[in-house]
Design a protein around this ligand. Structure first.
Ligand SMILES: *Cc1c(COP(=O)(O)O)cnc(C)c1O
Length: 381
């Protein structure tokens, strides 16, 4: 049985034309002669990894980046071939999976390299891998000051070839902090250590979105772009510098389910956190925090209806949110409500919702749950 066509109206629209345009404008801004790794981890930051990966490949992304081998498996299952980098490495026992799916994994310990080498030898293959160097992020990676023994140990694995060296920035979006410069210096020193040990690597990559846009000396010969491809530059790129033109890719829409008159002095929703101050027309919309519309927007957010803002009244609940339609008396049941995106001259961006809820735009789009169907569109701009 398939879903009825008149389903719950809450959907995320994903504009693949804007996604491709963001890669094009990023590439012309950052440099045409680099290799582009398009990061599609976390289901493409909530936009749908398979569809985004296909569109980005078509637009010339040489590599795809995922967090886990499981995410790479999903892409291979969807028919995506070509290079995929597992940026978070793999878990012991997954090495056959890396080789069988022809993935490239990041390695950050001798133990992982030894496991990969044993599996590669059993499969009678030479397997390529990348090494992640921790130059100050303090998360995953082999420390920059602990490399000589590591670089030499890797040479002993006869079924492996080191194809790339990478690092990851902690604060590339903050131009008041020169920590990125220190990370760049530590990284290039590390590259020299690997060269001196006898490795000949193809890829040298450091930069995420803010690194690639704001730090020209950090571009290496490959950049790993996530956020800006999805148009999320507003809160992760520094202010006041030149940037590529970016267009939002995700918008979020629903429709009015119910409209009611409520007299002044009544309360709306859980916890009775909002009391009507006037005779109020309220509208109920089928979106809540399970869909990824944050509960922190209770009494704070607003949506767009008939090209006007309509404030959120009371608590956002799991499945429903109530909005104020008193100033929009012409609204009818079924009218389109834009929770994130544009209506007429107004817009609500992921950055706006992030600011109101004390987070970054990435967490907003990643948080749109699997209950919300993704509809893929091609805007004709
Ligand atoms: C997520 C990730 C990126 C992409 O970062 P953006 O800020 O989204 O461009 C790049 N490199 C690594 C290692 C990552 O984990």
């Amino acid at each position: 049985m398939s879903l009825p066509s008149l389903a719950r109206p809450t959907i995320a629209e994903i504009d693949l034309a804007n996604l491709r345009a963001n890669l094009r404008s990023s590439r012309s801004f950052i440099g045409e002669d680099l290799t582009y790794l398009a990061v599609v981890k976390a289901d493409g930051y909530g936009h749908g990894a398979r569809e985004c990966a296909r569109a980005l490949r078509d637009e010339g992304a040489g590599w795809l980046g995922v967090a886990t081998p499981e995410e790479a498996f999903d892409l291979r299952t969807a028919g995506l071939d070509g290079p995929i980098l597992c940026m978070g490495g793999f878990w012991p026992g997954q090495e056959d999976y890396i080789i069988g799916l022809d993935l490239t994994t990041v390695v950050f310990s001798v133990e992982l390299a030894a496991r990969l080498n044993a599996a590669a030898a059993a499969a009678d293959q030479i397997v390529q891998y990348h090494v992640k160097i921790d130059t100050g992020m303090g998360r995953v990676g082999i420390r920059f000051d602990d490399l000589e023994v590591f670089a030499r140990a890797l040479l002993g694995f006869n079924n492996l070839r080191l194809d790339g060296l990478m690092t990851h920035f902690a604060a590339a979006d903050d131009l008041t902090d020169d920590f990125t410069d220190l990370q760049v210096r530590r990284f290039y020193d590390a590259v020299d250590v690997f060269k001196a040990a006898g490795h000949d690597t193809t890829y040298i990559d450091l930069a995420n979105s803010p690194g690639a846009v704001a730090h020209p000396d950090a571009r290496g010969n490959m950049v790993r772009l996530g956020g800006i491809l999805y148009g999320l530059g507003g809160d992760v790129l520094p202010d006041g510098i030149p940037k590529p033109t970016l267009k939002p890719v995700m918008s979020l829409h629903t429709a009015i389910t119910q409209i009611k008159r409520v007299p002044a002095g009544e309360t709306i929703g859980y916890g009775r956190t909002f009391t009507t101050k006037r005779d109020t027309q309220i509208g109920t919309i089928p979106i809540g925090y399970h869909d990824g519309y944050p509960r922190a927007l209770s009494n704070k957010g607003h949506v767009l209806v008939n090209e006007r803002p309509a404030p959120v009244l009371g608590r956002v609940s799991m499945d429903w949110t109530v909005i104020d339609l008193t100033d929009a008396p012409d609204v009818k049941i079924g009218d389109r409500v834009t929770v994130m995106g544009r209506q007429g001259g107004l817009s609500v961006t992921a950055e706006d919702l992030a600011k109101l809820t004390n987070t970054i735009s990435y967490e907003i789009t990643c948080g749109i749950s699997s209950r919300v169907p993704r509809r893929y569109i091609e805007s004709d701009e």
